[in-house]
Design a protein around this ligand. Structure first.
Ligand code: GLY
Length: 192
């Protein structure tokens, strides 16, 4: 699931990694998470900037720290400790995303990456997988919502809301308006 999500993060078409939407401040704040359905171990990061593959950092939180969820400056410190390159903002610039932001910049509204595009499949990215032994996993990565403010965090980095995996049930990666998935604890509820 990490490899699949990395491919999607490297494409400018999707709202994750390179194609992340713009915040109200004209920056990119990315969220990602990953979960192993066999061990129920999980890793997540939120409010990170300049990291090419947020899902890889989430996996490193799972495997190389004692924690599950790191956010903001702390997550960036962890990335620097692991020698992650911090890319310049120009790497994340995309004209389509920039124009989406310009439409609502300086207003109080924030919107889903594909709110104005019917049948768009190019929003938050995720993957679920099952190996030949029946072990399952899930991962999700996103730039969140266009024009988001106040360090808004959606469902994608929240284990149980946007991502969940359990070998005894299923693996889930959600996409859509995060506030609804948060309120309903959707990924865990589906698993239950
Ligand atoms: N589902 C992605 C987000 O709301 O941030």
């Amino acid at each position: 699931v990490e490899v699949a999500v990395k491919f999607l993060e490297d494409s400018h078409l999707f709202n994750a990694g390179k194609g992340s939407v713009f915040t109200a401040a004209g920056t990119h704040e990315m969220d990602a998470s990953i979960m192993d359905g066999k061990t129920l171990e999980a890793g997540a990061v939120s409010l990170i900037t300049g990291i090419k593959n947020p899902v890889a950092l989430a996996k490193d939180v799972m495997e190389k720290s004692e924690h599950v969820f790191l956010a903001g400056d702390g997550a960036m410190q962890f990335a620097k400790q692991l020698d992650y390159e911090v890319k310049d903002a120009s790497y994340f610039y995309d004209e389509f995303r920039h124009n989406q932001w310009l439409e609502i910049k300086d207003t109080d509204s924030f919107q889903l990456d594909h709110a104005t595009k019917k049948d768009s499949k190019f929003g938050t990215v995720g993957a679920v997988a099952c190996d030949k032994n029946g072990n399952i996993a899930a991962a999700t990565s996103t730039g969140g919502m266009t024009n988001k403010r106040f360090d808004r965090i959606g469902d994608s980095p929240i284990i149980g809301a946007g991502t969940y995996a359990n070998n005894t049930t299923c693996a889930v990666s959600c996409t859509g308006h995060g506030e609804f998935f948060l309120r309903a604890v959707v990924a865990y509820d589906v698993s239950c």
